[in-house]
Design a protein around this ligand. Structure first.
Ligand code: GDP
Length: 528
């Protein structure tokens, strides 16, 4: 395998508490990156009533080092060059969901973790939408089978209905909760028996499910049920087909228990074999393929340094083509100048080290003293602009005001830089010229206020504004668009790129606008 073919760059995503952190940790265990479970700290911010921003700061220190976790992995029984697995971490807290959406622009596939008892939850739905927008192939892991859950067929139905994707079970549970006996691995035709164990790898047994051997392992009832279920699966679900998975039409489903390390290795083994390697990336100018000899990459995430005395950040660059080499001058397209990195970093589970070269699919951390914005492109000289870093309509909106007239410069600089980092979205009202900050959660406002104060020595105040959604608008009918903007001037704003945004204050108002202006298209994401 060459350097590109052996890479698997993906994210594990879930509704909070479904088991993303636990599963990630078990993957690292198999990857030899950690020796015992519990070594990876949860970068999740606990949802206490009064979330303390200092806590977040401390916890962010952890999330910086675990932003990307990479390891080599070769499934048992396979020989040759190992796969290179790059797991991109995403924040555990819903208020930072936007960060997760952006991370999804840098992956080639995703694993979605579902809680067997809870099924599809709000955040799962939203994350799947983002995957669908980009045609990202997904594998679904139904977790917590050791607990009383729901009927597996019902769960599959729910997945198809709620996530709008066809599913293909590749493993099947035998019993659940108290009676959970294990899974039958449809992909490998093996029976994996369950023994609750938090650290060791589970035992696999090869049995012919048609033979009486099955009864010996799972008892009369278990065997009968499994045979019945498998028959039904065969009749109802299509056979697994790599092509339809990779084109994001079907999602393979696995069952297991991350906490008990059950079903995890099967998932990882299958994943490295079927998941896509780095593919083409769309730029405004053309499509870039990873095999191109020249280096290209884009910044999808910026993490601020938690030490306020060092205002430097780390910009995470996804390599799209060619080879990244340390100390080489690269072209920063937006700034129109050459930049060079003497200490680019790569990340292991618990440490960070300097990287000399990196390949498509890899993520390198570039020290950033304010030269990067999310979405920036680096090349060897070509003026390319990678697409695909959408903004979504925020859910919460507030006016932001400078509370210390003496510090106006710091205030404005702080807002600019925080927005470059993607902390939240900024809109300028065309009506009163005031700044409106849009977020997905209350915590983002706290982060902005805290960081303005501690990093920029500026004070801000929030004023309420009642808004429902931000819609990016466009129309082929210029006259109608103009008329709309005039009539709704109180609700019009510009985003940071100068695009027109309609700030609807209720769903009723939005519906009316859609009815009255037939040729205007209202988008809830900035990419259309
Ligand atoms: P995240 O928010 O998605 O990262 O979820 P975590 O990995 O932090 O898991 C949330 C909770 O579920 C933790 O208390 C885990 O110990 C627990 N958990 C994770 N996997 C399992 C499982 O397979 N079985 C059971 N019973 N609990 C689990």
């Amino acid at each position: 395998m060459n350097e590109i073919e052996r890479r698997r760059t993906f994210a594990i995503i879930s509704h909070p508490d479904a088991g993303k952190t636990t599963l990630t940790e078990k993957f690292l265990l198999f990857g030899g990156q950690i020796q015992v479970a519990g070594a990876v700290k949860n970068n999740k911010i606990r949802k206490t009533a009064t979330s303390d921003w200092m806590d977040i700061e401390k916890q962010r220190g952890i999330s910086v080092s675990t932003s990307v976790m990479e390891f080599d992995y070769l499934p048992d029984g396979m020989s040759g060059e190992p796969y290179k697995v790059n797991i991109l971490d995403t924040p555990g807290h819903q208020d930072f969901a936007e960060d997760t959406y952006r991370t999804l622009t840098a992956v080639d596939s995703a694993i979605i973790v579902i809680d067997a008892a809870r099924g599809v939850q709000a955040q799962t739905r939203k994350l799947m939408e983002v995957c669908r927008m980009r045609n990202t192939p997904v594998i679904i892991f139904i977790n917590k089978m050791d607990r009383e859950g729901r009927d597996p067929f019902d769960l599959l139905d729910e997945l198809e209905k709620e996530l709008k994707i066809h599913v293909v079970p590749l493993s099947w549970p035998i019993g659940e909760g108290m009676h959970f006996q294990g899974v039958y691995n449809i992909f490998e035709h093996q029976l994996n028996l369950f023994t609750p164990d938090k650290q060791r790898v589970t035992q696999k047994v090869s049995v012919d499910i048609k033979s009486g051997d099955l009864e010996k392992h799972v008892g009369e009832r278990g065997a009968e049920q499994l045979r019945e279920d498998l028959e039904l699966i065969e009749g109802v679900y299509p056979e697994f087909d790599e092509k339809s998975y990779r084109s994001a039409e079907t999602a393979p489903v696995f069952f297991g228990s991350a906490l008990n390390n059950f079903g995890v290795q099967e998932l990882l083994d299958c994943f490295v074999q079927i998941a896509p390697c780095p593919g083409a990336t769309k730029a405004e100018e053309r499509i870039v393929v990873p095999q191109e000899p020249k280096f290209t990459g884009f910044i999808f995430k910026i993490t601020a340094n938690i030490d306020p005395n060092h205002r430097s950040c780390i910009a995470f660059c996804k390599i799209c083509s060619g080879k990244f080499v340390r100390n080489t001058p690269y072209w920063h397209v937006r700034l129109g100048k050459t930049v060079r990195f003497s200490s680019p970093a790569q990340f292991m589970a618990q440490r960070k080290s300097t990287v000399d070269e990196a390949w498509p699919g890899d993520i390198v951390g570039l020290p950033d003293n304010g030269i990067f914005k999310i979405g920036d492109t680096l090349t060897e000289g070509e003026n390319l602009h990678f697409k695909g870093l959408p903004s979504f309509s925020p859910l919460l909106f507030k006016y932001i005001e400078n509370n210390d007239p003496m510090k106006s410069k710091q205030f404005h600089k702080g807002i600019e830089q925080l927005m470059d980092e993607g902390v939240a979205q900024l809109f300028i009202s065309q009506f009163n010229n005031r700044r409106i900050i849009g977020t997905v959660g209350q915590l983002q406002f706290e982060v902005i206020q805290y960081r303005l104060e501690h990093e920029y020595n500026a004070k801000c105040r929030w004023d309420p504004i009642h808004l429902y959604k931000a819609c990016w608008i466009e129309s082929d009918d210029a006259a109608e668009l103009d008329d709309f903007k005039k009539r709704k001037y109180q609700y019009m704003a510009k985003d940071r790129e100068g695009r027109d945004v309609f700030l609807a204050d209720s769903s009723y108002m939005l519906n009316m606008a859609e009815q009255d202006f037939k040729h205007i298209r209202f988008h809830f994401t900035s990419e259309f």
